[in-house]
Design a protein around this ligand. Structure first.
Ligand SMILES: [Zn+2]
Length: 64
């Protein structure tokens, strides 16, 4: 956290912070980034969600 570039912009019209990096693959709109509880991109228009990190439980390892 030493040097953070400004990779997002503040939308004064809607009062939301939106990053300009990712576009929704479904509706081609700018997606919103959420850090909690897990880092992910979320589209508020079509509810598309793209998780940055895959769930460790989805590894398919032996459970029992
Ligand atoms: Zn969308």
């Amino acid at each position: 956290m030493a040097h953070v570039h400004k990779r997002y912009e503040y939308d004064y019209k809607t009062g939301k912070i939106r990053l300009k990096n990712k576009i929704c693959p479904r509706c081609s709109r700018i997606m919103a980034f959420h850090k909690h509880p897990v880092p992910r991109w979320h589209c508020g228009y079509c509810n598309y969600t793209d998780f940055l990190t895959k769930s460790p439980e989805a590894g398919g390892k032996s459970s029992s």
